[in-house]
Design a protein around this ligand. Structure first.
Ligand SMILES: Cc1cc2nc3c(=O)[nH]c(=O)nc-3n(C[C@H](O)[C@H](O)[C@H](O)COP(=O)(O)O)c2cc1C
Length: 191
């Protein structure tokens, strides 16, 4: 049974909603186990993130989906602290040949979040992982449309200032990504 782990940081809950939609998509593929891991700022002590249990859970998974809000056009600091700590796995190429994918959430329509998605991809490449993009046509640009922000490398989600609920189209895109990752993981796990 393939396992999809979704590891992400979220301060105010928007990225969390997108992570939940990815999980829902992955769970919709029969036989998929899903681990939803929300990174905690309290795991960072003197600038260093440490949580061996989280790293072990990720290492045991068949696929890892990475998610972070976009801060100043890149990762949030909390997510970056986790990424840097995971370099101890990279030293042994412990995630090599795992399926990977990514998503980011920002306030601005652009907000320079292409850079965040690209950084997620570069990190996965450094680990020797196999990246799965969204692979969905743009349904339209309205809030309820799939891939409304026209992202191909992963899911881009955006919510206006003061809006608690994320946009339906972004959640739909995230569900599709979760489904695609789970399907890919199952095919990849087949001998
Ligand atoms: C320090 C900081 C920097 C931010 N930089 C950007 C940015 O560069 N582009 C953007 O569109 N939004 C930016 N935002 C807004 C965040 O992207 C938004 O608050 C976040 O995606 C909300 O996600 P969350 O609810 O999961 O915490 C920034 C927010 C903070 C706190």
């Amino acid at each position: 049974m393939p396992t999809v782990a979704i590891v992400y940081f979220s301060a105010q809950g928007h990225t969390h909603q997108i992570a939940e939609a990815v999980a829902e998509g992955a769970k919709s593929v029969a036989g998929t186990g899903v681990e939803l891991i929300r990174l905690a700022g309290s795991d960072i002590v003197e600038g260093r993130w440490k949580n061996p249990e989280v790293l072990a859970t990720l290492t045991a998974a068949d696929a890892i989906v990475f998610g972070t809000p976009t801060y100043m056009g890149g990762y949030s600091a909390q997510f970056k602290a986790f990424i840097d700590a995971a370099s101890e796995v990279w030293l042994k190429l412990g995630w090599k040949d795992k399926i990977a994918a990514g998503f980011t959430h920002s306030q601005g329509l652009s907000g320079d979040k292409q850079n965040t998605l690209t950084s997620l991809w570069v990190n996965a490449m450094q680990h020797g992982m196999l990246w799965v993009g969204l692979g969905e046509m743009v349904e339209g640009t309205a809030a309820d449309k799939v891939n409304r922000l026209s992202a191909w490398g992963g899911v881009m989600a955006q919510t206006d200032w003061g809006q608690e609920q994320t946009n339906e189209g972004d959640r739909k895109s995230a569900t599709i990504l979760g489904q695609r990752v789970a399907t890919t993981a199952a095919r990849w796990a087949r001998k």
